[in-house]
Ligand binder design. Structure first.
Ligand code: ADP
Length: 452
């Protein structure tokens, strides 16, 4: 039984976990850095503990301080949110050693799906579609050249331990591949302490398609359909929607089922997202598995009615999944816009400082997941996302109209946000027709820059 949870995170996701815990009758202990002393989410926690100064490596990433806080507060479990320690197998292991439930997968299951090479091998065995490429980490350049000649250029060199886009190199020919391998190895070694790299086919134009899965500790896994996250800038998702528009229903069902099977076969418990790229012929290729709750989980909650964070907590407590795949249905369409305090006219420079005015949208089908309020001083120490605006409507066109209306209601000052950019994207032909690929937002920004 979980009766008290420590939240090892901040901002909107800390608030999201507090909300889920409260509804389950669970007490919350929230750790914070001194830069977040006035974080509005802290008011809603039952207890708060300062764990260090602003820089994350001295607070939100400090395993010993978080564990000390957890022991002092006598919690049963830790929710890591996303980012920070959420995908750190060592942290999950320390929690286990200290008899604290980590709200997420076991360190072993995290390794099976979080390591890209191990995950690809398992995906191959479970029939989850993967990119053509090396089955394992590559031993030497000659092996890579041989594989590239078989699958054809362009190829991409990627780090087995990769994350955050580091350790990746695209190669259009053999000399570039040879150079890319050593560069990617060095970068991966420096970033992750693990220089293993592999290669796969590089897709020039694709959509981002990801499947939400939940697994329990009793060998069950279900999928909650998919999200389309094609609207990105510099590999950062800006807009996410569920379900993915214009995808053949039979193909989509097959890929969603294969994602659930992958998670089940890894003996994985908790929330996982299996990410794919989809080409214009609707072939799917697995990118990676994220072993945590995602920023964009609310769109899935809106269409399925499943509270993913509550499910994470129940699963960690050992409850069997109360969900039957046949009874999970996708209702209507949901869209999420990430509200980043960034100035699109000045290279998306993050905007810190005190929020003087704030008018949040409301009305039918509108959900706000945000910790922002008037008087809150956005610290410069963390990422610039100050909340998420989510809408739900019976059809995609109605959801688009609702999101435009909600974005028009949104007022914040004096800082700049990406709200005007969202409005332009939602009016673009590419978005409206779902005739897009992961580079379309950047193409749009480039052509707008050219016109100014
Ligand atoms: P990371 O974990 O570092 O974010 P991913 O495997 O998720 O790495 O890849 C990040 C991004 O790089 C993807 O969203 C996609 O835009 C691009 N990418 C990765 N692999 C490929 C590929 N084989 N073909 C085309 N683009 C790719």
């Amino acid at each position: 039984m979980i009766s008290r949870i420590l939240i090892a995170n901040r901002g909107e996701i800390a608030l999201r976990v507090i909300r889920a815990a409260k509804e389950l009758g669970i007490e919350t202990v929230c750790v914070y850095s001194s830069a977040d002393r006035e974080g509005p989410w802290l008011q809603h926690a039952d207890q708060t503990v300062c764990i260090g100064p602003g820089p994350a490596r001295e607070s939100y990433l400090k395993i010993d301080r978080i564990i000390s806080a957890a022991e002092l507060a006598n919690v049963d479990a830790i929710h890591p949110g996303y980012g920070f320690l959420a995908e750190n197998a060592h942290f999950a292991e320390v929690c286990r050693d200290c008899h604290i439930e980590f709200i997420g997968p076991s360190p072993e299951a995290m390794g099976r799906l979080g390591d890209k090479v191990a995950c690809k091998r398992l995906a191959k065995a479970t029939g989850t579609p993967i990119f053509p490429g090396s089955d394992d980490a590559i031993e030497d350049e000659e092996e890579a050249v041989k594989i590239a000649n078989e699958i054809g250029y362009p190829v991409i060199v990627k780090a087995a331990a990769g994350g955050g886009g580091r350790g990746m190199r695209v190669a259009h020919n053999e000399p570039a591949l040879r150079a890319g391998i050593s560069a990617a190895r060095q970068e991966a070694q420096a970033a992750f302490g693990d220089g293993r790299v592999y290669i796969e086919k590089f897709l020039e134009a694709a959509r981002h398609f990801e499947v939400q899965v939940l697994g329990d500790k009793h060998g069950h896994a279900v999928h909650l359909f998919e999200r389309d996250c094609t609207s990105q800038r510099r590999h950062q998702k800006l807009i996410e929607e569920a379900t993915a528009p214009k995808v053949d229903p039979a193909k989509r069902d097959a890929v969603c089922m294969s994602a659930a099977e992958l998670v089940r076969s890894a003996e994985y418990s908790g929330a996982a997202t299996v990410e794919f790229l989809m080409d214009r012929h609707q072939n799917f290729y697995m990118l990676e598995v994220n072993t945590r709750v995602q920023v964009e989980h609310p769109v899935t909650e809106m269409i399925t009615g499943v509270d993913i964070v509550k499910e994470q907590i129940r699963i960690a407590g050992g409850e069997p999944l109360g969900l039957d795949q046949k009874k999970i249905v996708a209702n209507g369409h949901a869209i999420e816009c990430r509200i980043n305090a960034e100035d699109p006219d000045r290279g998306f420079m993050p905007q810190a400082g005190r929020i003087e005015t704030l008018v949040l949208p409301g009305g039918p089908g509108v959900r706000i997941d945000s910790h922002a309020c008037v008087g809150y001083r956005i610290p410069p120490d963390y990422d610039s996302m100050i909340g998420k605006l989510i809408v739900h409507a019976p059809t995609r066109n109605e959801a688009i109209a609702r999101m435009r209306r909600a974005l028009q209601e949104f007022r914040i000052g004096p800082m700049r946000t990406v709200v005007p950019l969202h409005l332009r994207i939602l009016e673009s032909r590419e978005f409206v027709d779902a005739d897009f690929d992961i580079h379309y937002v950047e193409r749009m920004l480039k052509s707008e820059g050219g016109k100014r």
